[in-house]
Design a protein around this ligand. Structure first.
Ligand code: NAD
Ligand code: UFG
Length: 345
């Protein structure tokens, strides 16, 4: 298929791109580089032997999008582009609604204009908010607690309404749990700007000596060791979930799937796993809870298994080992000069 990948140089999209190129798909990537680095394209080329078409453009830009749809015969769109920082979304709500909601609307309108009838959308487990019952199924109550979460749920609703109005349109909303890990080669991974918000990139930077210590946000949750529990999922498993979701390209309607492993891991368990794999110390201090955090969140991913034939294959050790390899090879992320990278490979 000819697939347009929005947010194509981002963390999850870049891993998915390598997987889709290996499966024989043709890709057109679009990204405004708001949160990614152009160097990702060379890494994709190195891993796949192909350099996909790339456009530096904003999905909110009608003229740019329609020029891309005019230049390429697109069969399906995988829509990753968006902003994802929960804390920032509370400080800049209008910006988040503009980028995530209005941007998605613009994309859907251009797809309609060019009669492109198939979409995969990056949604999030954050749409469930504070779970009343675990594990979370696709039927669990939706109650997003952040502006970011509300943008994801709004886009899901817009997509569902569009599917009702156009019975030939097919959409798959993938609700990711906590994506972590890196490509097993160590050539691609997560490269957050500034201080990482998320647990694993932070631990990894502490282990490599870029940061002094980890702040553990609360050890008084009603969990086994008192720290927050999440369903971490390897980015390579997520990438495979997108490849399999393309099966539904010709099945009209709005399909929703949880993508998670089904097991919860606490903050302290993650720290222990990182110490064991890296052999490095991870100093930590216990801090107050972070506003908006829930005690525990993990998926029931049975629907994805039954309908897509998808199941997470990689375990916590794989997630940590691949993150650590990426961190060691690229201490400055994608800024790491290629010559330095070659020395280490
Ligand atoms: P990312 O920031 O690495 O990737 C998003 C990409 O979109 C970036 O390259 C960014 O430059 C680009 N982008 C942002 N706004 C754009 C715009 N208006 N036009 C064009 N490009 C734009 O993030 P990621 O972790 O790879 O996340 C991908 C998607 O998955 C996002 O929609 C995110 O909300 C969703 N998601 C992520 C997580 C997570 O924890 N990583 C969890 C659930 C859902
Ligand atoms: N944590 C710490 N210290 C840190 C960072 C995180 O103790 O420095 C703890 C958090 O309190 C939480 C756990 O580690 O208990 C995981 O936190 P993350 O920030 O890594 O992940 P979240 O579950 O808060 O959120 C992530 C993404 C959201 C996404 C959500 C569900 O950031 O965008 O997963 O998919 F919506």
């Amino acid at each position: 298929m000819n697939i347009l990948v929005t947010g194509g140089t981002g963390y999850i999209a870049s891993h998915t791109a390598v997987k889709l190129l290996a499966a024989g798909h043709q890709l057109v990537l679009v990204d405004n580089l708001a949160n990614s680095n152009i160097a990702v394209l060379d890494r994709i080329a190195l891993l796949s032997g192909q350099k996909p078409h790339f456009y530096q453009a904003d999905i909110g830009n009608y003229a740019a999008l329609s020029a891309i749809f005019t230049a390429h015969q697109i069969d399906a769109v995988i829509h990753f582009a968006g902003l994802k920082a929960v804390g920032e979304s509370a400080q800049k709500p209008l910006h988040y609604y503009r980028e995530n909601v209005a941007g998605s609307l613009q994309l859907l309108e251009v797809m309609q204009e060019f009669a492109v009838k198939s979409l995969i959308f990056s949604s999030s487990a954050t749409v469930y908010g504070d779970p009343r019952e675990l594990p979370l199924t696709e039927q669990s109550p939706i109650q997003p607690q952040s502006v970011y979460g509300r943008t994801k749920w709004m886009v899901e609703q817009i997509i569902a309404d569009h599917c009702s109005a156009d019975p030939s349109f097919s959409a798959v909303c993938l609700r990711y749990f906590n994506p972590v890990g890196a490509h097993p080669s160590g050539l691609m991974g997560e490269d957050p700007n500034g201080i990482p918000n998320n647990l694993l990139p932070f631990i990894s930077q502490v282990a490599i000596g870029r940061r002094e210590q980890l702040s553990v946000f609360g050890n008084d949750y009603p969990t086994a060791d008192g720290t927050g529990v999440r369903d971490y999922i390897h980015v390579q498993d997520l990438a495979e979930g997108h490849r399999l979701a393309l099966k539904l390209t010709h099945t009209p309607g709005c399909h929703r799937f949880n993508l998670g492993t089904g097991s919860g891991v606490s903050v302290l368990e993650m720290v222990d796993a990182f110490r064991a794999v890296s052999g490095h110390p991870v100093p930590l201090i216990i801090c107050p809870r972070r506003t908006g955090d829930v005690a525990a969140c993990y998926a029931d991913a049975a629907k994805a298994q039954h309908e897509l034939g998808w199941q997470a294959q990689l375990n916590l050790t794989d997630m940590v080992a691949d993150t650590w390899r990426w961190q060691q090879l690229n201490p400055q992320g994608y800024q790491t000069p290629p010559a330095k990278l070659k020395e280490k490979l």
